[in-house]
Design a protein around this ligand. Structure first.
Ligand code: NI
Ligand code: MN
Length: 228
């Protein structure tokens, strides 16, 4: 499994030749992204909620690539109205089986509306049981919530992708707790250093996570990849 960070909450995950893109927010909409939507390939696109910093390049990327968009019911309807027909509109607590594995929508505490004001339902995260054996939790934009303990209770995850930027989501102190509650073996932080309100010292977070919880953390630079 190869994971690439494109800045903010945008990731590429490639596993067994299948390409997933999470929360496409790319150049020039995303001030730190190294690539545009035209430069990315995707077989599946996963979207955690309707905010512009997660969907700015969603319609363009979905249309050009023909990728199936995995999201909630409301965002799937909105995509249909914008000419994107290949969608899977789940809802929180539900899961679906896709060629790369099982995807469940998890509880997130945040807000959600689409850039044109359309109601986007509740925000959510993803728990993905990949066919290659990796279990990955993508928290999405969320506060620390006790519901995260449920993920740890059912066995934990190999990788947790957690927001640490504070202001709009959890900050580093709460993400440290979240990583332990979901029993993550490995953490990759996101949703920081994109805009001034979410500037965070990610390497201090990584050191604290190892020192206090013994959890490995990879700080990716934008455009950088890690293999798990
Ligand atoms: Ni948001
Ligand atoms: Mn956001």
């Amino acid at each position: 499994m190869n994971i690439t960070w494109y800045g903010h909450s945008t990731f590429g995950i490639e596993v067994d030749g299948v390409k997933l893109v999470v929360d496409p927010f790319l150049k020039p909409n995303n001030p730190v992204a190294p690539v545009t939507a035209a430069q990315l390939d995707a077989d599946f696109i996963l979207v955690t909620h309707g905010h512009g910093d997660h969907v700015a390049d969603l319609v363009a990327l979905a249309k050009r690539t023909g990728a199936l968009v995995i999201c909630n019911f409301e965002i799937s309807n909105w995509l249909g109205a914008h000419g994107v027909e290949k969608t899977a509109g789940l809802n929180t607590g539900g899961s679906g089986v896709f060629p790369f594995g099982r995807v469940k929508l998890t509880i997130a505490h945040h807000s959600s509306s689409l850039p044109d004001g359309t109601y986007a339902g509740n925000p959510y995260g993803f728990l993905i049981n990949f066919n290659d054996g990796h279990d990955v939790y993508i928290a999405g934009d969320t506060a620390l919530t006790y519901d995260m303990k449920l993920i740890g209770d059912v066995g934990g995850v190999d990788l947790a992708i957690l927001p640490i930027g504070d202001f709009y989501t959890m900050g580093p102190n709460d993400a440290l707790i979240a990583a332990q509650w979901v029993k993550a073996k490995h953490v990759i932080p996101c949703h920081y250093n994109t805009f001034p309100p979410i500037e965070v010292d990610a390497s201090a977070f990584a050191k604290q996570l190892m020192r206090e919880a013994g959890i490995d953390c990879t700080i990716l630079g934008v455009g950088e990849s890690v293999s798990l």
